[in-house]
Design a protein. Structure first.
Length: 225
């Protein structure tokens, strides 16, 4: 999934992702289920980039429920096809990695850690995150995001897309979590969000080019689920 979105209008992607993360700041105001606002699904990346993103050796919290479609389903059959193409792939370990990536990305966005975002996201998504962070910093605002718990992570859909660089695997994961999320102004006063723990339901899409050395799973899109 690592690479550029040369044939896709990047400005639209950037604006959409910025809007999505502004929605993240707003989504807990009413203390109800919410998530990222819908984003257009970006075109698959065409070049690989080094660096681990989803760590197969990561350990999952025992409280997190992983939902994996059975082999008898269409999605399960596609997952089996990925395993045939890549013997290192395991749906269970993939979801363990998604849990770790989710925690890291949420924390990195809140703290403004651009280096982590560059490792965990596709280039276009990372550009959008950085633009939102820069806008927040220019306004003198800070973000507070605390993941109090992750209830479940489920594989919702899987796609295999043949491209010039190879076959791209794209996996949609639904992540249900309890979080505190709010934005503070320069004086530490809440701008958006609440101190209350709120349940969030999000659909994060990870992509990877199969069979390409150095290609790793990266976050390519996020939306409410």
């Amino acid at each position: 999934m690592d690479g550029s979105f040369g044939h896709f209008p990047v400005d639209i992607v950037v604006l959409a992702l910025i809007a999505a993360f502004l929605a993240l700041r707003l989504r807990s105001v009413l203390g109800k289920k919410a998530g990222f606002q819908p984003l257009p699904m970006p075109a698959p990346s065409a070049r690989s980039a080094p660096g681990p993103v989803i760590d197969a050796q990561a350990e999952s919290s025992p409280s997190v429920r992983f939902d994996i479609p059975t082999p008898a389903t269409r999605v399960g059959a596609v997952l089996a096809s990925i395993t045939q193409r890549d013997s290192t792939f395991s749906p269970q370990q993939f979801l363990v990695g998604v849990e770790g990536a989710f925690r890291q990305i949420v924390a990195a966005y809140a703290s403004g850690n651009r280096a982590v975002l560059r490792e965990r996201l596709t280039p276009a998504a990372a550009d959008a995150f950085e633009s939102a962070i820069t806008a927040r910093e220019s306004a003198g605002e800070t973000q507070r995001s605390e993941i109090r718990g992750i209830d479940s992570i489920a594989i919702e859909d899987v796609r295999l897309i043949d491209g010039a660089a190879g076959t791209i695997a794209s996996i949609d994961t639904r992540i249900v979590s309890d979080q505190i999320s709010l934005t503070l102004d320069a004086e530490g006063r809440p701008v958006t969000g609440t101190e209350s723990v709120t349940e969030f339901s999000d659909l994060w899409t990870f992509e990877r080019i199969l069979g390409v050395a150095g290609s790793t799973w990266r976050l390519a899109a996020a939306r409410s689920a």
